[in-house]
Design a protein around this ligand. Structure first.
Ligand code: NAD
Length: 475
């Protein structure tokens, strides 16, 4: 199978004629040829998007909404097909793609399709002198760059608000998981998205991604990916004064106090550690447990981790699939070795699974302090540390002890403490007695090195439009 770029409503080959293989992580076998696009392809896509902008930006919100709702319906009608594609492309369990990735992509299109119908803009009356109102206008061509871990979900999180608010876009999905984006392009034609409104250029980040960030005719970049890449994107976008949203890495704490509902805390923190093989930016990879329940927690958590079923992602009972690539597999195994060198104890997992593909056992590590590299650096795999704490201040200090600040999950029945600790943790999201619950109206993003700006709900509509103040003299 060979996929193409999607430019101006047509599927086209990369100008260079070059392709690279897309590998199924669960078999280590190639499943598709992917365009190795370069600046010339990005140029063509930006030109198509620029061309489509005048008409699309003047299309009524009602009509844009209707088209995007049709696209949401089509994704939903093709849910099973898309989930299978995503599972093969990414290595994640099919059941997870069906329950999480694809339904959330549907929700993204539905939410932004309807949000534009209800988005109000402010008016300020200056006594009897003047009326100021805020005109929100789309900016033009949005550059959208997304990672491989939740491919369609995160791509649609950007495409939906960008085009709903009247921009056109050029999206560059991860080179490791291009297949659902390709299917989305086909569905967009069926839904009636006009040619040039949504363009997709496949290829490597350093080539196609960088060309998109550097393109003069792309005034805004929404990027989700690693912190190191985010810094590079920021460095090239800043001198061109582009609007920039960066959703970056995480090293998220799960903090369990002794008064928590322990069964719920263990069940949910197992999910938050190992769902999607730990490859969700919001996964809780550092677990901190109050000392009085530490042993009990470690025993139950370890037992739960050992019971998780690893295997063929297409098997309905599989809970842990394959890591995304061979390079990532070696990175994750390297951190497990490092944990041993740093003096940690592996109490569950710790090894590669003996089968084709890139499988690593759910791994639980104890005995490491917060300053160890394993607790400081994002591993982005099924590897979690558990560390005891003695009091609330220490729990907060441990939670805040990394450069990251994406999300946190707190477990306690003490209402006052829950609010106090939530306010003290430096992160964009704090979940109390839960994890990964989502309301599309809330601002989403990271603190510290986990990102700049907020997306989600009306925040995304504001990112993808520019506010203009219009001042009218009264009288
Ligand atoms: P990555 O940074 O390697 O790549 C992300 C995207 O950027 C890909 O499409 C890639 O091709 C592109 N890219 C790479 N170099 C580029 C460059 N120089 N210029 C422009 N684009 C470039 O990240 P990844 O490995 O695909 O994804 C994993 C990372 O993403 C993890 O760090 C994870 O925490 C993070 N992530 C964050 C969020 C969030 O919402 N904060 C969500 C999901 C994933």
């Amino acid at each position: 199978m060979r996929i193409s770029n999607f430019i101006g409503g047509e599927f086209v080959a990369p100008k260079s004629g070059a392709y690279f293989p897309d590998i199924n992580p669960a078999t280590a076998q190639p499943i598709a040829d992917v365009p190795d696009s370069d600046a010339a392809d990005v140029d063509a896509a930006v030109a198509a998007a620029k061309n489509a902008f005048p008409v699309w930006s003047r299309t009524t919100a009602e009509e844009r909404s209707r088209i995007l709702l049709r696209l949401a319906d089509l994704i939903e009608q093709n849910l099973d097909d898309l989930a299978r594609i995503e599972s093969r492309d990414n290595g994640k369990p099919l059941s997870l793609a069906r329950a999480l990735d694809i339904p959330r992509a549907v929700a993204n299109f539905r939410f932004f399709a309807t949000a534009i119908l209800h988005h109000a803009s402010a008016a300020h009356i200056t006594d009897t002198t003047a009326l100021n109102y805020t005109l929100r206008q789309p900016l033009g061509v949005a550059g959208l760059i997304s990672p491989w871990n939740l491919p369609l979900y995160l791509l649609s999180w950007k495409i939906a608000p960008a085009i709903a608010s009247g921009n056109t876009c050029v999206a560059k999905p991860s080179e490791l998981t291009p297949l659902t984006a390709d299917r989305l392009a086909q569905l967009s034609l069926e839904a009636g998205v006009p040619a040039g409104v949504m363009n997709i250029v496949h290829g490597y980040g350093a080539k196609a991604g960088a060309a998109l960030v550097e393109h003069r005719d792309v005034p805004m970049i929404s990027f989700t990916g690693g912190t190191v890449t985010g810094a590079r994107v920021a460095a090239s976008a800043a001198p061109m004064f582009k609007k920039l949203s960066l959703e970056l890495g995480g090293k998220n704490p799960t903090v369990v106090f002794a008064d928590a509902d322990l069964n719920d805390a263990i069940r949910t923190s197992l999910r938050s550690a190992f769902w999607n093989q730990g490859e969700i930016c919001l996964c809780g990879s550092r677990v901190f447990v109050e000392r009085s329940i530490y042993d009990q927690f470690v025993d139950a958590f370890t037992e739960g981790a050992k019971k998780l079923k690893i295997g063929d992602p297409s098997d309905e009972s599989t809970q842990v699939g394959a890591l995304i690539s061979e390079a990532h597999l070696h990175k994750v195994l390297g951190y497990i070795e490092l944990a041993k060198e740093e003096g940690g104890t592996i109490v569950a997992g710790g090894s590669r699974v003996d089968r084709d593909g890139y499988f690593v056992e759910p791994t639980v590590i104890t005995g490491l302090g917060c300053d160890r590299r394993v607790l400081q650096e994002e591993i982005f795999g099924p590897v979690v540390t558990i560390t005891p704490f003695d009091h609330e201040e220490e729990a907060v200090a441990f939670a805040n002890s990394t450069r990251y600040g994406l999300s946190a999950s707190l477990w306690t029945r003490d209402l006052k403490r829950a609010h106090r600790v939530a306010a003290a943790i430096d992160s964009g999201t704090v979940w109390i007695n839960c994890w990964l619950l989502r309301d599309l109206r809330v601002p989403f993003g990271g603190a510290k090195d986990s990102g700049v700006g907020r997306e989600g709900g009306f925040e995304s509509l504001e990112f993808f439009t520019e506010a203009k103040n219009v001042c009218v003299k009264l009288g």
